[in-house]
Design a binder for this molecule. Structure first.
Ligand code: PML
Length: 272
């Protein structure tokens, strides 16, 4: 079964969140979405199945939370999707540094981000990094900030699948990462988000900003590598608590879709 999505004209909506951990508390897998009550049963089964068959291992504990939305969701258009034309990790890392520097992220902040993403203990949430000084801004550095309360409408999901299919990327992984990146890019104070999957079998990451869109980064890590995570760069002087409150508490649904394109060399990619 593929992940179900939401009908905006449906009855009361629920956030369904899954988190699976190993016996030592190590993060194994997570997933979430916003769904009508009638779909919750099916989603819980689907998320349990996903947790139990993850390549990071069999979880010792899987928690599934079902929570009714307390406010209407904010509606968003999905970020534009492209893939960097890269054939190895060096090229992809070079593109990250070049594009981040072009949008004003300092070398110190980029180094802080790579330290998080290359660490062997993947954080469950994202690190918040000041785009100038490179300092960490989240309250709990081991937990990080979890973008949550997010979903995709049935119509947007169907349209995105149609747009992504010609590039063979119409997968739950891409749809879920794009939904999350779209929410993060809309958060107050956010300059960019950089993500490397902590799945050892998944070697494509992404860099996202409102202007750049969602740029997929192939070969961002070697196969078999368990490291990964997310880093959100904040504007100098931004208030991290308003960013956190948007990411962790405001429900959003992606209900319209942006453009989707194919592989693109770095020289053709504008960031502003
Ligand atoms: C994750 O494991 O949640 C991150 C997935 C990144 C997806 C990148 C892509 O293929 O577009």
């Amino acid at each position: 079964m593929s992940s179900p999505s939401v009908r905006l004209d449906g009855p009361k909506l629920f956030s369904v969140r899954m988190h699976a951990t190993a016996a030592d508390g190590m993060h194994i897998s997570g997933a979430e979405g916003i769904f009508p009550g009638s779909a919750v049963d099916e989603v819980v089964r689907y998320y349990t199945e996903r947790a139990m068959s993850h390549s990071r291992g069999t979880p010792a504990k899987t928690s599934i939370t079902v929570e009714a939305l307390k406010q209407p969701p904010v509606l968003l258009r999905s970020l534009r999707v492209r893939t960097l034309d890269s054939s190895n990790q060096v090229e992809s890392e070079h593109a990250i540094r070049t594009l981040l520097e072009r949008i004003g992220v300092s070398r110190r902040a980029i180094a802080a981000a790579f330290k998080v993403l290359r660490s062997s203990s993947a954080m469950r949430g994202a690190a918040l990094v000041c785009s100038k000084g490179g300092c960490r801004l989240e309250k709990d550095r081991s937990r990080g900030v979890r973008a949550s309360w997010l979903g995709i409408s049935s119509r947007a999901r169907a349209t995105l699948i149609r747009k992504l299919a010609p590039y063979s990327i119409a997968t739950d992984t891409v749809l879920e990462a794009l939904t999350l990146a779209t929410k993060v890019a809309a958060a107050p104070g956010v300059v960019a988000e950089l993500c490397v999957s902590d799945d050892p079998d998944y070697t494509t990451g992404y860099l996202a900003t409102k202007a750049l869109g969602y740029l997929r980064l192939p070969f961002i890590k070697p196969r078999g590598d368990f490291s990964g995570g997310r880093v959100i760069f904040l504007k100098k002087g931004a208030d991290p608590s308003s960013t956190m409150s948007w990411l962790e508490q405001t429900p959003v649904i992606m209900n319209t879709t942006g453009k989707v394109g194919g592989p693109m060399p770095i020289r053709h990619i504008a960031v502003l």
